[in-house]
Design a protein around this ligand. Structure first.
Ligand SMILES: *Cc1c(COP(=O)(O)O)cnc(C)c1O
Length: 377
């Protein structure tokens, strides 16, 4: 429970749905990660929550930034950060956007194909590049696997090729999948990266950097390991596979930096049943899949939900859904959510741990609903 956010909701009574982010929690998360991984450079994954207050706080704390587009780069620059602390980490970029990023001073680019490498060599000559390799995404609640990365053989060929293409082959990246609770997944990837480093060294390419990606979790309905456990597992793995010659490392936390810093308040719009014999009540909120809760897709991310005010202590299983006229806008049907028997329209609920991947996933105006409002306090 976050007293500061609770007080804000009580005093300001903002229109719902509304996300409130506590910047003190973001700062604590930054320090916890920095302490857990003292040798790694933190590149905050901007897409998780690009609120200007969050970007300028992290910039002040010394964070660097992982971006996916020119507008994200611009937001980071506007927050007072310099381009030498920005990585253009998307492996899918327009050549014109690579050129624009290069003009803005960005010198670090990701790729996972020869076609992308060619674009970078034309639009960002001399830049540092890193190749993203495939991971299984196993153990992650929100896997990112198949779409990004190439296999080790291709990575080796591309990094070898890069040398002759007027860019600097600088390192290898991977992402073990978001909300990754299996610490050993980093070891599997680091093992592969170490093999790649050795093969390339023999071929005359000395890589300098491993990008360990994101994946650091937020606590939703069940416990997750502490940052320190991640730091220890990663450090042990680097030692195991690189001995005393550990390269420079980068981490790109998104969810783990902001997830637990935010709480959404929402209003119950309707509580009903589909038939007199219906075992479950349907609870429709004023927020749904299209207004910020996209990560409820396949019920992957299960947010803790708290009902406000005086309600009956007896609870019963419900189906939770959003307010739009789209049948995909159901939040939880299989996952067990139990809400008070006397829950009714007008009651307010708090959806916890919603600081990451909510405002950015909110539609502009689907069905006339406004984008998710956010306050950073
Ligand atoms: C989204 C993303 C991240 C952040 O992932 P989290 O699991 O939220 O930490 C990091 N790196 C890249 C390249 C990403 O696309």
């Amino acid at each position: 429970m976050n007293e500061k956010i609770a007080r804000f909701f009580e005093e300001r009574r903002p229109q719902t749905p509304c996300l409130v982010v506590d910047l003190d929690v973001v700062e604590q998360n930054y320090h916890a990660l920095a302490d857990a991984l003292p040798d790694a450079r933190i590149y905050y994954a901007v897409k998780a929550n690009p609120a200007p207050e969050i970007l300028s706080l992290l910039s002040r704390l010394g964070s660097a930034f992982d971006t996916a587009s020119v507008p994200e780069i611009q937001m980071v620059l506007d927050a007072g950060c310099t381009a030498d602390r920005i990585s253009y980490g998307n492996t899918i970029k327009k050549e014109s956007d690579i050129r624009r990023a290069f003009e803005l001073g960005v010198r670090l680019f990701a790729f996972d194909s020869v076609e992308e490498l060619e674009k970078i060599s034309r639009a960002a000559p001399g830049a540092r590049v890193f190749c993203r390799i495939l991971t299984s995404g196993e153990g992650a609640e929100w896997p990112l696997s198949r779409k990004f990365g190439c296999d080790l053989k291709m990575a080796r060929e591309l990094l070898l090729k890069a040398k002759a293409m007027n860019v600097e082959p600088w390192g290898v990246s991977f992402h073990v999948g978001s909300q990754q609770k299996d610490l050993m997944q980093w070891d599997l990837a680091i093992h592969q990266v170490a093999m790649l480093f050795r093969e390339l060294e023999v071929l005359g390419v000395d890589l300098g950097m491993i990008n360990l990606g994101g994946g650091f979790p937020t606590r939703y309905r069940s416990d997750v390991p502490e940052s320190a456990a991640y730091g220890q597992a990663i450090f042990d793995s680097l030692r195991r596979h690189f001995g005393n010659h550990i390269p420079e490392t980068i981490v790109e936390p998104g969810r783990g930096m902001v997830g637990n810093a935010g709480i959404i308040e929402s209003e119950v719009v309707l509580v009903s049943r589909k038939s007199a014999a219906d075992a479950k009540r349907w609870v429709y909120l004023d927020i749904g899949k299209f207004s910020g809760l996209a990560e409820t897709m396949d019920e992957a991310i299960q947010y803790p939900i708290e009902v406000l005010g005086e309600t009956e202590t007896e609870t019963e299983a419900v189906v939770l859904a959003g307010p739009t006229c789209d049948s995909a806008d159901v939040l939880y049907e299989k996952a067990e959510y139990k809400l008070p028997l006397d829950l009714k329209a007008g009651d307010r609920v708090r959806i916890h741990a919603t600081g990451a991947y909510t405002t950015t996933y909110s539609a502009v105006c689907f069905n006339g609903f406004a984008p998710l409002q956010q306050y950073c306090i």
